[in-house]
Design a protein around this ligand. Structure first.
Ligand SMILES: [Zn+2]
Ligand SMILES: [Zn+2]
Length: 391
């Protein structure tokens, strides 16, 4: 699987005994200082409340959104404001082992391997009641005297770049023994891709799907669409190595947006009509307009990227052609559980997008690899197991 790039893989024991699930009182955690600054500090180990469990973090994948939070703060929202210098621990794509249960929790047991989705909605607002808990109306209202029970670990509450983290049990998904830590960290990414297809209608067997932008969500959108029976599934990208991985994940075709007229090619592939579903994971003016113009009449477009600036696109073409447009945030409607079902039954190999693993204490180096795409990095994972003796 992914290679381990590390200068120090010395067997340095953590403070708990090797392989032990005993919970210490304090832990090491990375916290966000000023923009771009991560510091390793000692923090108390959090205590799980009702409906929560304490997870010993084993591995965390770095997401493009983590890089954004580090630099700009958004979309993290801590105590109603920017996340800087608030002792806030980012990291949201993690997996680990259950080591303590909150009062009344019997859905999980100590020792269970789990991976997580990000958002535990408040469970009481209109959107949470619809299963759209990533769009919770009480987003971030989990501090001071306005505790609505909302958690988005790594966004509004402490995340996984630490030794331990507390999760609502709704956000926890069992990991089969056959799945590596690294692959398990990718479940939430696949879940986001799955949510995009769910919001588009979800019945994609035999429908044509185009995915624009071969980042991690785009690449796994190809895999999930294929697993759901879509055909053809077309990847549109600009980087040859990423397009190649899309083909390995099941794309019928990968188009190079730099050298081909991708709108004409998609029309040609679909009998002149355009694709039934288009997922735009690039979110810029070119990709948005390509998405609009390559979509079939009555077709659907999912916007899965978060562009920072307004994007100009052909609104009239959308209206005249009865095209539906959806934005998604994260991984609602238990999409992560469905993505895990595919991954556990090996319908696709998400690990193809995992490229590097570093020890947790080398997080800044791991972040540099992810940000600068050093050595063709796609998904970079940091692990607490490296350095923990026997486990
Ligand atoms: Zn993410
Ligand atoms: Zn809610």
């Amino acid at each position: 699987m992914g290679k381990i790039v590390s200068t120090e893989i010395a067997a340095e024991a953590t403070r708990t005994a090797p392989g032990s699930l005993a919970v210490p009182n304090s832990m090491q955690a990375w916290v966000l200082g000023d923009p771009g600054e991560l510091k390793l500090v000692e923090k108390p180990v959090p205590v799980p409340a009702k409906s929560e469990a304490l997870i010993r973090v084993d591995a965390v994948a770095i997401c493009a959104t983590d890089l954004e939070i580090l630099q700009y703060g958004t979309p993290a929202l801590v105590e109603g404001g920017p996340p800087f210098n608030k002792n806030f621990t980012p990291g949201h794509e993690y997996m680990g082992t259950v080591v303590a249960l909150g009062p009344g929790v019997d859905e999980f047991a100590i020792g269970d391997r789990v991976t997580v989705e990000v958002h535990a909605g408040c469970g009481q607002c209109k959107r949470c009641r619809m299963g759209m808990y990533t769009s919770c109306h009480n987003y971030g209202l989990n501090y001071g005297d306005r505790n609505k029970g909302h958690r988005a670990n790594g966004f509004t509450t402490n995340g996984g770049f630490a030794e331990y983290v507390v999760n609502n049990i709704n956000t926890m998904i069992r990991v089969p023994d056959s799945m590596t830590d690294e692959e398990a960290t990718l479940v939430v990414t696949a879940g986001t891709s799955m949510y995009g297809l769910t919001e588009l209608g979800g019945l994609v067997a035999g429908e044509s799907v185009v995915v624009i932008g071969p980042g991690p969500i785009g690449l796994l959108a190809v895999a999930v669409a294929k697993a759901l029976g879509a055909t053809p599934v077309v990847m549109v990208g600009t980087r040859e190595n990423r397009n190649r991985i899309a083909l390995e994940l099941g794309a019928d075709l990968a188009l190079d947006a730099r050298s081909e007229d991708v709108v004409a090619r998609v029309r040609e592939l679909t009998g002149g009509r355009g694709a039934d579903y288009v997922i735009d994971c690039a979110g810029n003016q070119i990709s948005a307009n390509n998405a609009v113009h390559m979509t079939n009449r009555g077709g659907r477009i999912c916007l899965a990227a978060f562009p920072k600036k307004p994007v100009e696109f052909d609104l009239g073409y959308l209206a005249v052609n009865n095209i539906y447009l959806y934005g998604i945030r994260g991984e609602g409607r238990s999409a992560t559980h469905r993505a895990m079902a595919f991954m556990a039954s090996k319908r696709f190999d998400a690990a193809k997008i995992h490229t590097h693993t570093f020890p947790m204490r080398e997080l800044p180096t791991a972040i540099r690899y992810a940000r600068d795409r050093i050595d063709d990095a796609i998904k970079v994972v940091v692990s607490n197991r490296i350095g923990r003796t026997a486990d």
